[in-house]
Design a protein around this ligand. Sequence first.
Ligand SMILES: Cc1cc2nc3c(=O)[nH]c(=O)nc-3n(C[C@H](O)[C@H](O)[C@H](O)COP(=O)(O)O)c2cc1C
Length: 323
Amino acid sequence: MPSTPSTDVIRDAVALACRAPSLHNTQPWRWVFDGVALHLFSDPARMLAGTDAFGREMVISCGVVLDHLVVAMAGQRWRTEVHRYPDPQRRELLASLRFSPVMLLTNAEHDRAVAISRRHTSRAPFGAVADWAHYESVLRSVADDYDVDLSVLPAAAHPELLRAAEVYASLRGQDAQYLAELRWWSSHPDVVEQQVAADPGASRPGWAGRVAPQRDSGWDEADLSDDRATVLVLSTPGDGPLDCLRCGEALSAVLLECTVAGLATCPLTHLTELPASRDILAALIGRVAAPQVLVRLGIPPQERNLTAHTARRHVADVLEVVS
Ligand SMILES: Cc1cc2nc3c(=O)[nH]c(=O)nc-3n(C[C@H](O)[C@H](O)[C@H](O)COP(=O)(O)O)c2cc1C
């Protein structure tokens, strides 16, 4: 067995990993394979400065693709050693990865790799998860592995979520740069968030939508008010680049674990973008930690979660092979 993966193995793994979710499907990453190590870079040209002023969501998105890559390589029987921010002089170099072959592929590793292609963001109302206590302890230990805190928001917290969303919407409603960026990006050919506009779940009620609910959605009011999603908040001890990268990795692991279990998911970051709504979230989780991402999860609705998968950039556009 070779001691380093071939370019074909890397290309397949990168293509699969790039199914990772990202803010508005921006896919703000690029990869370089030098024959031995694979390097992950952020791509600031794809950062949305009006939405994501500090690049936190860009780095979180890159953390997701990083963990997806590790899962994809495990699916091909390669163990990955990750060196995060290996060069302090190059902040865009987020991680360098080296690989060693393994003989065994566990069922759990196989299931997670398969889940990458099945996972997608659903903005529909969800059913309640039975046996939540079991899932909660699994997801907590998943997030723990990345030093990321996972809080579950009880139903009693939802009025505060709604208040945070109102604060957010009123500030963003006057933010010309944000609105222009959202409009421009949602019609970008690469992107891709057109599916979001076409997705009836984009009219999610209350706090979960970035924009005002559309009344002509495929969901009626009864569907929308019957949402029984569980809401998680992923938070980090600090708010620096490494925190964001680790948070993205934890987000990947949580989403894939849910997908393996047949649960639908939706990551949400709008409420963490502005200090005013982020402070409300921080008070809700009751910890000294920086809230980074919310995740709605639950039982997918019957027959209505048939949204087409969002597109991705071609692997040749995100992976450079150098010798
Ligand atoms: C860091 C991050 C932030 C996101 N923020 C939101 C959000 O605020 N609202 C939303 O509906 N979806 C959000 N998403 C989901 C993306 O829009 C979605 O992943 C992307 O359009 C690709 O679609 P897919 O997840 O179905 O593959 C976010 C995803 C990530 C990784």
